[in-house]
Design a protein around this ligand. Structure first.
Ligand code: PLP
Ligand code: ZN
Length: 419
């Protein structure tokens, strides 16, 4: 039923059994799942996929877990929206938005966690855990609750309220660590050696990471079994970014689509931009940073897949951009005001970087582009709370409303005239 065959080192190619391990004993390279693609080619056709459930489980043949262990709270198969108003605003002919704000815990992390928890149950783990910048904690806590499993989530101590309560509500053991994500990750890596828990992004990371490929599978299917000219996606560890490209290539490998020629571009916040900075310096070796940005979900200063993300830009003719906190807020507002989608800060990063790359002529007007909106805005209200208009406040009286509306309109007129 599943076509995962082994774990393979990305550096030296050595193979390992499908165990809860993540790095090569010989060269310390990261392990990645290897598949029996001939088997997948036999099992998965366009028809069989189209007849599948309206969740990421329609791609079960491509996932490294036995679907009988799945914890299905409705993740995936999110809308791909033709964004004509945003396209016009940024200067593109054709723009699509992959709207992953509508997942069960309101971010794309539900994809990676769906796969990780299924695999963890298959391994026989009783408890889930993770090191998180916020969204992962929300998703691990939600899925663990639905599975009735014990849950330990670790987050930095400077997260937005929406991310903190967004984990706590599912009643995990929520651990707030004094420090940055990179400190949290270091602590969890140490703990994973002594606690028998499935740390989704540590000891089961090779399986977890594969969940992001479902974004590529969905986009290709939703475009009518083809790939776009250009992709813009946010980068934290760089995993999501690299797995989108892997997903396109795999769909081609099993004969579902033509060879992809998509240029892959990544988006970061200036306050945490190790990958985009290395891209600008034309090197594949990034320098770790100490994050300082409102885009906390992307605040990984030492990105595990940074090198592979940079290699992929080179290989596909894509690139990277970075934007300031103010540009991130403007990106969130532009997306909301043109397309009716309220994204968190990571979405603001993506939209603002998209705009920057079109302005610079790096993305040409006629390139059909897909931008990935990976998390919902109600989780990061702090970022925009002082940037939206005050409500028009009235007593429940029609005359007071007319006065108030006139006042608001003349104020708006004065602002527009003065600008
Ligand atoms: C985690 C996250 C990402 C990207 O994470 P990677 O570590 O690069 O895979 C993007 N957007 C949001 C909202 C996230 O939470
Ligand atoms: Zn190796």
């Amino acid at each position: 039923m599943s076509f995962d065959r082994a774990l393979r080192c990305r550096e030296c190619g050595r193979e390992y059994p499908l165990d809860p391990i993540f790095s090569c004993e010989f060269c310390f390279g990261p392990l990645e799942v290897a598949y029996d693609y001939d088997g997948i080619r036999e099992a998965a056709t366009r028809d069989s996929i189209e007849r599948g459930p309206s969740t990421l489980w329609r791609y079960a043949d491509f996932l490294p877990c036995d679907p009988q262990h799945k914890v299905d709270i409705g993740t995936g198969y999110t809308p791909l929206i033709k964004a004509d108003r945003l396209a016009k605003a940024v200067g593109l002919d054709t723009l699509w938005l992959k709207n992953d704000t509508v997942n069960p815990s309101w971010s794309f992390k539900d994809r990676v966690v769906s796969v990780a928890i299924a695999r963890a149950r298959q391994f026989g783990f009783d408890a889930m855990a993770c090191a998180s910048t916020g969204n992962l904690a929300n998703s691990v806590a939600a899925h663990s609750a639905a599975a009735g499993m014990e849950c330990f989530v670790f987050i930095p101590d400077d997260l937005e309220q929406g991310k903190v309560v967004g984990s706590a509500i599912y009643h995990p053991t929520l651990v707030m660590v004094e420090g940055s994500y990179d400190d949290v990750n270091r602590l969890c890596t140490e703990l994973s050696m002594s606690y028998p828990w499935a740390f989704v992004n540590i000891n089961v990371r090779p399986y977890y990471a594969e969940g992001s490929r479902t974004l590529a599978f969905e986009v290709a299917e939703q475009l009518g079994w083809r790939t776009p000219d250009h992709v813009v996606a946010p980068m934290a560890s760089g995993s999501l970014f690299t797995k989108i490209w892997k997903g396109f290539q795999e769909f081609h490998k099993v004969g579902l689509i033509d060879e992809p020629h998509t240029r892959m571009s990544g988006a970061q916040a200036t306050g945490c931009s190790p990958i985009a900075t290395a891209y600008e310096a034309e090197t594949l070796n990034f320098v770790p940073q100490k994050p300082n940005t409102i885009a906390r979900s992307l605040a990984i200063g030492n990105p595990a897949d940074g090198y592979y993300a940079l290699k992929q830009m080179q290989e596909t003719g894509g690139g990277a951009a970075m934007v300031t906190d103010d540009e991130i807020v403007q990106g969130i507002k532009l997306l909301a005001e043109t397309e009716g989608i309220f994204a968190e800060t990571a979405g603001g990063v993506t939209v603002a970087c998209l705009k920057q790359m079109v302005d610079a002529g790096f993305i040409r007007r006629d390139e059909e582009t897909v931008a990935f909106i990976t998390g919902a805005g109600l989780k990061t209200l702090e970022a925009v709370i002082d940037e939206v208009d005050e409500p028009v406040r009235v007593t429940a009286n029609a005359d007071r409303f007319v006065e108030a509306l006139d006042a608001r309109r003349s104020l708006a007129g004065a602002t527009a005239g003065g600008a």
